[in-house]
Design a protein. Structure first.
Length: 260
């Protein structure tokens, strides 16, 4: 095969962690803040203070996160490799990945699981969350990565999972819960419903303080503490089997306890 055809071969695409529109909006508002800040040197009668304060606030609230979110494409989310050792004991497992997105987590897991196991991914495919988010994109990525035979992907919400009770041995949920607002408990209950008795949930969420350099003070609002997630798991019928940290994430392995 020629070098040209090799270079033109289609490659998987996983996109930005946030959509282009969000990043662009933050850059624009940050630029407005810069204009306000500079304009403050050319106005009088206390308006200069108003312009400076407004400019600084806009820079902190929007330009800082804009650069941080743009940088994540090259740092936190580049060529991410994921391996969950506990999956090795399952010979023929039914696994559900909630919020599979473009396959950044689901596809590495599909490469790990044994032949005979099946990884199902659901997502609402919001392009504000991931820039290339679509059902077609993740299906193409799975084909290009050679895991189509071990995966299936469909549209579905973590707050209304489109499967029967006790359908899965393992559920994974990575970097999704912080987006759900007041619906977090409903999502945990849905996960418990579709897990088999004593089935396992692998759950991880971004650490609050580790995200400050990337999205500024919004991190303190959007992301929760480790104790918060421990409490949510326990209050929604899970026993925490293991917990720890991996990079910018809190990690939990929990077992379903309550009957549905």
């Amino acid at each position: 095969m020629s070098l040209t055809s090799e270079n033109n071969k289609e490659k998987p695409e996983y996109g930005y962690y946030v959509g282009y529109r969000v990043i662009t909006t933050c850059f624009v508002l940050g630029a407005v803040g810069l204009i306000f800040l500079v304009s403050g040197f050319f106005v009088k009668y206390y308006l200069d203070i108003v312009f400076w304060v407004a400019g600084i606030l806009l820079l902190i609230l929007f330009l800082w996160p804009a650069f941080g979110m743009f940088y994540t494409k090259r740092s936190m989310y580049r060529d991410e490799k994921l391996r969950l050792d506990f999956l090795d004991k399952f010979e023929e497992a039914q696994i559900l990945d909630c919020g599979c997105g473009s396959g950044r987590h689901a596809i590495p897991l599909a490469k790990q699981i044994h032949k005979g196991s099946l990884l199902t991914g659901i997502d609402i495919y919001d392009t504000n969350s991931i820039s290339v988010n679509s059902l077609e994109r993740i299906q193409t990525n799975a084909m290009l990565e050679g895991v189509s035979d071990k995966t299936r992907f469909m549209v579905g919400s973590i707050t209304d999972i489109p499967f029967d009770n006790e359908a899965f041995d393992v559920v994974t949920c990575m970097g999704v819960m912080h987006e759900l607002g007041r619906f977090k408990s409903k999502a945990f209950r849905e996960i418990g419903r579709v897990l088999k008795p004593h089935g396992l949930l692998y759950f991880r969420e971004l650490k609050r303080w580790s995200m400050v350099p990337f999205i500024g003070i919004f991190a303190l609002i959007a992301f929760k503490s480790k104790k918060y997630w421990e409490r949510e798991l326990k209050n929604n019928g899970f026993e925490i089997v293991q917990k720890g940290k991996s990079g910018n994430y809190y990690e939990f392995l929990a077992r379903r306890l309550t009957e549905v």
